[in-house]
Design a protein around this ligand. Structure first.
Ligand code: ZN
Length: 144
């Protein structure tokens, strides 16, 4: 089975404080915050807003050692990554590797929203930190 990109799933945006930027997304843009979740493995707190098919993912560091804290330190707040939904995250990573790209994660891990996620290195994806994500099978018969 070959891996297929389905759509842009979300845009990740690094912020110092979700609380501070909430009025911009909720009042100025009129988007609805669907959920706020901490991802301990990445030392971040995330907030998701639906914007049509695509989501906006705000990322706030929960620790000075968080990759997001380091990003904000060197580049300031702003767009951090683009996430592509794929039918097969393991196949997608293998394909990137075959094409000579560097991976940050060889093996997908648990990200926000119950998804498996993994990142390509921005140096080999031309300055855009690229995330692949795939919903995890939830173990019931709902078809997800
Ligand atoms: Zn993301």
């Amino acid at each position: 089975m070959s891996a297929t990109i389905l759509k842009i799933d979300h845009l990740g945006i690094a912020v110092k404080s979700i609380e501070t930027v909430l009025p911009h997304y909720e009042k100025t843009l009129g988007l609805k915050c669907e959920h706020i979740e901490e991802v301990p493995s990445q030392k971040v707190k995330t907030a998701f807003f639906a914007c049509g098919e695509v989501h906006i993912e705000l990322l706030e560091p929960t620790d000075p050692e968080s990759p997001i804290a380091k990003f904000i330190e060197s580049k300031g707040e702003g767009i951090h990554h683009i996430a592509f939904a794929t039918t097969d995250i393991v196949g997608q990573l293998a394909q990137a590797k075959e094409n000579g790209e560097r991976l940050i994660h060889e093996v997908p891990f648990d990200g926000a929203g119950g998804k498996l996620v993994a990142f390509l290195h921005p140096k080999s994806s031309f300055g855009v930190l690229t995330e692949f994500c795939q919903p995890k099978p939830c173990g019931c018969n709902c078809g997800h």
